[in-house]
Design a protein around this ligand. Structure first.
Ligand code: GLC
Length: 688
């Protein structure tokens, strides 16, 4: 075991600063930087680079022989690309998410990655924001559960070591105004504590070893100089002892933020306020030595930061063995199978008029038309830098194996709509499948939109198809909710396909044929129009709820949080709310009956509405969920316990709580009971 304090003692200031410097391998770092100890961490190392050689240089040619952190953005897979996070979140399947995150980590570790800049646990109410595709949806409780699952998946031991997770971006990044990445944010301490902080607290409580700060601001400070968030919340209130990593060049950005006059001051502020590692700005490398020379009392802050980094590397097992080995075959059949399971559970059936789906007759002649008929790139989604479009199964490749008589016709974004041609193609087909939505570069970091419409010539294409009186099945690819009210009127069925990863075409085929019964449910509200944004299910109580409306429309979303259909349906009955003997645990029981001929994987959701509180609370709050398979013609009683302490502070729990509890298939419908809870007793007040 390395004596870290002895190691720290023999380090020069230069060598200490090297441990706080993370550089982009492609454009910033040189091999002699590693040898001279000027860099302690790297990112963006290509698949063609031997990371063990980089570790060897550090372990054998440098003076101090300190292993390197090698980071990467493994957001939804490494080489095997899974559905984008917002799609994956629609599975509500924590075991699936944890397992797939672990296997994605194995693939990344096999290339030498030992630090993963994930999970992204930001929350947003604005689908214009490009990074909504990275989120787990709009609900803090669901995001918190997924944060825990992802931290467990990333940090589950491999090869006797731990790959460090890095929940990001601490915090409130999703509050950017107008959906513009990096823009102003302005939110209350109440919203900070009840919406933005809980997922980070859950991630750190699950043992996350590092955390990454957000580009944005809180109150009157850029987050990179927020004493309140770093010292008061992270270090004092939460007792976090791990490593705080800045976002890309964020420390230098204190200058354009207007709170540092130059890089010298920026580096002094960031170190003083608690940023341990400078990601890719180089201001620590270039200015901290002078800062310490001029401010010797800051060397204590420097030492604390360096010691946290050394402890991190020791905890990860890097001093014992910095080298990697291939622990799994990239893009192997086992990984592709996992990617397909994730995609199967990410596709949301939004509409299915008169049971147009599933397509059980594979002999029928169908037209498959649109911009993504045979496109592979769209399925990668954003943040898939090690992905390769060639590894994706296109819609055509998926369908043509099953539907031998299908006709495929590409309509590219800039094509004019050849009405006569598509009319001719539609004449003798029984149904039309149209591929629609956004290319993968319409979302992701700083890929924001000011419209939420179907882009390019797609509305014109749908209008033309709607004149042929054939059932239209829409497959919509996107990195965000879109305002598709017109499509919603013209399509008989709508499958929301997000960006599904390498197995897209196969999953879509499985769902279209009914081999897979869609089970996904939305984790982000779908607005009718951009004008409704911000729109989310768990808004605060208001003083005139009955008057909330527009002169040109109402407040109802197109599709609410938690919504998703199946082939067949589930009947809910016999709801019961009781109090378990142990700590504050309300238990909700409900009977589910599957009256269809299809197996249904139902996501039962439980929401609470708390009446008469000491402060503002949301009109309703997700407080429990369970995903249960109900076989055809069968029934099952599902029991869900509600950890009320995750929703109420102790002081609130000591009082009498009047709660309306709803158990159902989404945030807008279900069985309800109003109960009073006090001192371990529950009194039923009413039911509906
Ligand atoms: C980016 C992103 C962050 C990512 C980091 C390293 O700017 O904001 O999510 O982890 O830089 O690539």
């Amino acid at each position: 075991m390395v004596d870290l304090l002895a190691l720290l003692k023999k380090m020069t200031v230069k060598q200490k600063i090297g441990q706080l410097t993370l550089l982009d391998f492609k454009n910033q770092a040189r091999l002699e930087d590693i040898k001279e100890g000027r860099v302690g961490a790297l990112l963006n190392i290509g698949l063609d680079q031997d990371t063990n050689e980089l570790q060897r240089i550090s372990m054998e040619e440098s003076e101090l022989k300190i292993p390197l952190l090698i980071g990467d953005d493994v957001i939804h897979g490494f080489q095997t690309i899974y559905p984008i996070p917002i799609a994956e979140s629609c599975s509500w399947n924590l075991d699936l998410i944890e397992r797939n995150t672990h296997f994605a980590k194995l693939e990344a570790y096999s290339h030498g990655i030992n630090l993963i800049f994930a999970p992204m646990v930001d929350i947003t109410h604005d689908p214009r924001w490009g990074r909504i595709m990275e989120t787990c949806g709009e609900d803090p409780y669901l995001t918190s559960q997924m944060a825990k699952a992802k931290v467990r998946g990333i940090q589950k031991a491999v090869d006797g070591k731990i790959v460090a997770s890095c929940p990001k971006h601490f915090t409130g990044y999703g509050a950017v105004e107008a959906g513009l990445d990096y823009n102003t944010t302005d939110y209350s301490i109440h919203r900070l504590k009840n919406l933005y902080l809980p997922p980070f607290k859950s991630a750190l409580d699950s043992g996350a070893l590092t955390i990454m700060s957000a580009f944005t601001t809180f109150n009157d400070q850029p987050i990179a100089s927020s004493r309140f968030l770093f010292e008061e919340i992270l270090r004092k209130e939460w007792g976090f002892e791990g490593v705080l990593i800045s976002d890309w060049a964020q420390i230098e950005q204190l200058i354009p933020h207007g709170v540092a006059k130059d890089k010298y001051e920026a580096s002094l502020k960031a170190l003083s306020l608690g940023i341990d590692i400078d990601l890719a700005s180089k201001v620590y490398l270039e200015f901290l030595e002078k800062v310490i020379e001029d401010n010797p009392d800051l060397e204590e802050k420097l030492d604390s930061a360096v010691l946290r980094v050394l402890k991190l590397k020791a905890k990860m097992g890097l001093f014992d063995n910095p080298y990697t080995k291939k622990v799994i075959k990239p893009l192997g059949a086992d990984l592709r199978k996992m990617a397909k399971e994730a995609a199967d559970e990410a596709i949301v059936l939004l509409k299915n008029d008169s049971g147009v789906l599933p397509l059980t007759n594979t002999e029928e002649k169908i037209l498959v038309i649109g911009p993504y008929v045979d496109d592979k790139d769209v399925h990668l989604g954003a943040w898939a830098f090690k992905g390769n479009p060639k590894t994706c199964i296109s819609v055509k490749e998926g369908l043509e194996k099953t539907f031998k008589k299908a006709v495929f016709y590409e309509v590219k974004p800039n094509d004019s709509i050849n009405y006569d041609k598509i009319k001719e193609l539609s004449l003798d087909v029984s149904k039309i499948i149209v591929t629609l939505g956004e290319p993968r570069d319409y979302s992701g970091e700083n890929h924001n939109r000011q419209f939420l419409d179907l882009p390019f010539n797609q509305n014109e294409l749908v209008d033309a198809l709607a004149t042929f009186n054939k059932p239209i099945i829409a497959l919509v690819f996107s990195g965000r909710p879109l305002a598709i009210t017109d499509l919603n009127k013209k399509a008989a069925s709508i499958l929301w396909c997000w960006h599904l990863g390498v197995e897209a075409g196969n999953s879509i085929t499985s769902v279209l044929t009914g081999e897979v019964n869609p089970s996904a449910k939305l984790t982000q509200t779908f607005p009718k129009t951009l004008g409704q944004v911000p729109i989310y299910y768990n808004r605060y109580q208001t003083g005139r709820p009955e008057l909330l409306s527009y002169v040109d429309g109402n407040l109802e979303p197109l599709y609410p949080f938690g919504f998703g259909l199946h082939y067949g349906n589930i009947k809910y009955s016999q709801m019961e709310v009781k109090y378990s003997a142990d700590i504050l645990q309300l238990v909700v029981k409900v009977l589910l009956e599957n009256e269809s001929n299809y197996p249904i994987y139902e996501i039962v959701q439980v929401y609470l509405s708390s009446k008469y509180n000491q402060k503002l609370r949301p009109v309703k709050e997700l407080c429990g969920f369970k995903k249960e398979m109900i076989e055809p013609g069968c029934q099952k009683t599902v029991e869900i316990s509600l950890a009320l302490e995750e929703h109420f502070e102790d002081t609130e729990l000591m009082n009498e709580l009047t709660l309306e509890i709803m158990a159902g298939p989404n945030s807008q419908e279900g069985l309800k009971q109003t109960v009073q809870v006090k001192g371990g007793q529950v009194w039923l007040i009413s039911k509906s």
